[in-house]
Design a protein around this ligand. Sequence first.
Ligand code: SF4
Length: 393
Amino acid sequence: MLGPNLTAAARRKTRQVRVGSVLVGADAPISVQSMTTTKTSDVDGTLQQIYALAGAGADIVRCTCNREEAAEGLARIVPRSPVPIIADIHNNHRMALAALDAGVHGLRLNPGNITDPDKIKEVAAAARDRGVSIRIGVNAGSLDSRLYQKYGGATPEALVESARVELAYFEEVGFADVKISVKASYVPLMIEAYRLLADTTDHPLHLGVTEAGPGVAGLIKGTAGIATLLAEGIGDTIRYSLTADPVEDLIACPSCGRAEIDVIAVANAAMAAFGEQEIPLQVAVMGCVVNGPGEARDADLGIAAGRRKGHLFIKGRNVAVIPEDEMVHALVHYAERLLVEGADAVLASSDLEGARKAAEADRAALLDEKGADANASETAVELIRRHLRDGEA
Ligand code: SF4
């Protein structure tokens, strides 16, 4: 979340929408979104990236949902994600319906890609019934060709009209939980389109510059567009390509059906224990040893619970096993050791094989106890398959 000192002008008044646990618009802090680059069907790889993005400051993460395997991946990812997940829909409205079956917290639709009003309304009605918000994501590069011709190009007016046409379809089915973006890679066009949009709607706006490019140049280009608008009081959530570099904060898993401890309580106790200390490490508190060390593989230091024990890990490698009630103390102790000795020295002095075997034994026992589908993800996968089959029939 971004702090309040961003706007030179008063922040534009908007209605508020929800993306899972994150509120967007009105008086909510400006949230930061980013996007995974993995195949969404790669559940472990995608979760690893989501954790890294959350650690780098993302409040919401978007994943592509372009095919059935991706929708099935979402059914397995959503319960284990530390932040709300938005499904990015391309050309197939049935992927939007499948993503809703998977339990996503939001959808992104591009009006230039799905143009059939009946399909648009079907998705909006399904999102309405599930209480899931949608972003209307207009993109200058894929503007509806009819609007392109009408305006003689991707002008600010054309981008705004594209959003308004889509919104009108949503309103026909009584759906208004909508954020809007009108992105372009040409920054002056993007700025003008958002200014025009801000004058014509009270829906929250998602800011971003498309194809900003890599490295510092991309960062500056994105910032030029986003910061200009934020300073004018326009914008409620922003998209940034975040790097997964370690930052100071602490991430906690969402404690799904596998959780062995009260993750939030342990995370809060750890925050209190770290207190005012400057700890430039990414620290993770994970609810179970079944998936915790893998999901938070990029964290400098983490602890995962299992059968009344805490399994400490450094960069995904198990280094020690401690009693559950000493987890917080151990996190602080190992954080201090990492800062003084460095990761290589701590790893070298640890019984890595013993820690790995203990973690593996508790992992196997937990899989035995709770089964392989503690989150009932496979039920959602079955639903996705059935609905997609029905749609084809
Ligand atoms: S409880 Fe385990 S599987 Fe569930 S989100 Fe936490 S670490 Fe992941």
